[in-house]
Structures are given as structure tokens and as C-alpha cells.
Ligand binder design. Structure first.
Ligand SMILES: O=CC(=O)O
Length: 352
């Protein structure tokens, strides 16, 4: 049985599976898997009950220190990670030639060096779809919190700023009759639009590397250029993946074309936004407000200038954070890993 001293000093013993005959199998013959974080229970249950692997985990809610990761991956056949681990050539070299499968408990994969993984023939699993509802729901919450100034309002109510009812005090912007722009139309963008529709949005527009007519049809969204997206959107929701092409794409150029009554929302990755340009746009009134679930870096230092702005609502990367969704992600990540180790198609595999 493979066991380990954990980050918390506890002994993480992984239960040995029972063979059909009811005897304990020789665990050392099973593929070795390292799990880089205390993942939600459903995923651990899938791994344990599979009887297919011996696994060790970094039994902590905090990220594994890099040096520890480099030690722990050595000789592993499979690796299950979360988005805080940068999986690059250094980690893959430390793992060595046994590593066949990497499974990330995230839909985003910008923390993975895909070229290095492909070069080594390592298959990659990720967790799309299971988090779409949770992310879309949180995006709506963030959009409303930003546009209707909920954080400022609760602060005023708690701290004595609530003098009397005033005609224009804490006024914001409403969705009814608005144009909502989606930057990067995928499953999540569609799910956001579906949820916004009952708020009487007038029009949905989107941009992407190319039109996506099937997805767009579901929400009657019109394909427009990036410039048009900026010009027309009353609410602009960023839903694209972070790639070299989208890095810093939400910058001065984009903000300068937006209306000064527009709300900018980002629940994808902080790297798509140039934060200095966003600060400028928010502090000069170029745009009305921004809601961010993602930043660079994460956590954003508490003395960051964006935190000084009343019209910027910042959340600590919680879009998929519901118990149901995080458990589903954990189970899917475990099932991807197991399928990959069996040499079968993964439930959700990235095509490298
Ligand atoms: O940001 C969350 C994810 O990529 O799953």
C-alpha cells in the first residue's frame, strides 16, 4: 500500500481495493497516481473505489509547494492537478517517462504546457460542461452586483451612509432593453445569455475567431466584429479561453470604444484583461463598472489599485464554486484519469 505523510502531517493512507475473491490485491502492481490537492470527496471516492490505481494526495486545501510537486511526481503514471499547478517541462521531466495521463480539475487549461504534453504523448483530461451552470449563474450574480451597485449599497447601509431615500442615490444600469455582448461564444456564453433573456435583454451580440452559428442560434445572437462588440454592448461578458491570442486583448483599445454607461464582466481568466488599462477606464469614467471573478495575479494583492475603486467588484475566482459542481468536476477529473490509464477515450479529453 502506498501511503504518505501529508502537508498537514497526517498519514494519507489510500484504501487497498478488494479483488473479486475478497483478498487484498498487491497495490504495488497498480499504476501510481499523484493528486496535487485535497479534491472534493466524489473524485476521491471514484479513485478509491476503482481499484485501478494506487494514489497519494497533497492532503491540503493549499497548493503544493513546487519543490514538493517535483519530488512527488517522480515515477507517476498519472497526475491529477488543479489550476494553480503550472504543469510545464520541468514537472514533466521530473515525472519521467512513466507519466501517461494528466487530468486537470478545471475547464481552463492555460496552466498546462500543451506543447510539452503533446511532445511526450501524454493525454490530457479536463472538466468542461459540468461547471457551465454554476459559472453562468455566478456571472449573472456578478453582473447584477456590479450594474446595480450591490456591494457599495450594502456598505453604505452598514456604515451609516444611508441617510434617507434619495432620487438618484446608488442608481445603476438595468438589463431591460439592453444589448449584451459576449466575447468568446461557447457553452458558458450561451448559458449566460439564456439566463439573461428573461431580464428582457433586447439583443445579444458576440464575437469570436469565427462565427458560431449553431451556438448563436440558440440565443439569437448576432456575430459582430470586436470593435462593434465594444461599441454596442451595454454589458460585455468575457467568456473566452486564455490563449496567446487573447492575452491582454481587453485593453485600452477595447475600453476606449465602449460606452461610458457600459459594464464589463470577466469570469474567464484574468490574463485576457490589461488591468492597468481597465483601472484607467474605470477611474476616468470611460466605462461605468467592472465585475471580475479572475485577476492577475490570484490572489490580487489587497493594495492593488483596482480594490480602491467603488465601480469595480472583485471576487476571488469562485465561478464554479458550488458543492454540486466542484464534486462533479472532481469526479469527472478522476474518471478522465482512470479512462486514460486504461487506454480508453476519456469522458472529456483535450485534443492536443
Ligand atoms: O476557472 C475555473 C476552471 O477553469 O475550471
Amino acid at each position: 500500500m502506498w501511503c504518505s505523510r501529508t502537508a498537514l502531517g497526517r498519514l494519507a493512507l489510500q484504501t487497498a481495493p478488494l479483488s473479486l475473491a475478497g483478498f487484498r490485491r498487491d497495490m504495488s502492481a497498480l499504476p501510481r497516481v499523484y493528486v496535487t490537492r485535497q479534491i472534493p470527496p466524489r473524485g476521491l471516492q471514484v479513485l478509491r473505489e476503482s481499484g485501478q490505481v494506487q494514489f497519494e494526495l497533497w492532503d491540503s486545501d493549499d497548493p503544493i509547494p513546487r519543490q514538493e510537486l517535483l519530488k512527488k511526481v517522480k515515477g507517476c503514471d498519472g497526475l491529477l492537478c488543479v489550476l494553480t499547478e503550472k504543469i510545464d517541462a520541468e514537472v514533466l521531466n521530473a515525472a519521467g517517462p512513466n507519466l501517461k495521463v494528466l487530468s486537470t480539475m478545471s475547464v481552463g487549461f492555460d496552466h498546462l504546457s500543451l506543447g510539452e504534453l503533446k511532445k511526450r504523448g501524454i493525454r490530457v483530461g479536463y472538466t468542461p460542461e459540468v461547471l457551465t451552470d454554476a459559472v453562468a449563474e455566478l456571472t449573472i450574480a456578478l453582473l447584477l452586483a456590479t450594474s446595480r451597485r450591490l456591494i457599495e449599497a450594502t456598505h453604505e447601509a452598514k456604515t451609516g451612509g444611508w441617510g434617507t431615500w434619495r432620487t438618484l442615490w446608488l442608481c445603476g444600469y438595468e438589463l431591460a432593453d439592453s444589448t449584451v455582448g459576449i466575447f468568446g461564444l461557447g457553452r458558458i456564453g450561451v448559458a449566460i445569455a439564456e439566463r439573461l433573456k428573461p431580464f428582457k435583454v433586447k439583443k445579444f451580440i458576440y464575437t469570436d475567431v469565427a462565427p458560431r452559428p449553431e451556438l448563436a442560434a440558440a440565443i439569437q445572437a448576432e456575430y459582430v466584429s470586436m470593435d462593434e462588440l465594444a461599441r454596442q454592448s451595454d454589458f460585455l461578458a468575457v467568456c473566452c479561453a486564455l490563449t496567446p491570442e487573447t492575452q491582454g486583448i481587453c485593453n485600452k483599445n477595447l475600453f476606449s470604444k465602449m460606452k461610458n454607461t457600459s459594464i464589463f464582466i470577466n469570469t474567464s481568466r484574468g490574463g485576457v484583461v490589461n488591468q492597468e488599462d481597465l483601472y484607467e477606464a474605470l477611474s476616468t469614467g470611460q466605462i461605468a463598472g467592472a465585475g471580475l471573478d479572475v485577476t492577475v495575479p490570484e490572489p490580487l494583492p489587497t493594495n492593488h489599485p483596482l480594490f480602491t475603486l467603488k465601480n469595480c467588484v472583485i471576487l476571488p475566482h469562485i465561478a464554479s464554486a458550488s458543492y454540486t459542481t466542484r464534486n462533479a468536476m472532481s469526479a469527472l477529473a478522476a474518471n478522465n484519469l482512470l479512462a486514460g490509464l486504461r487506454g480508453e477515450p476519456m469522458p472529456k479529453e483535450l485534443q492536443l
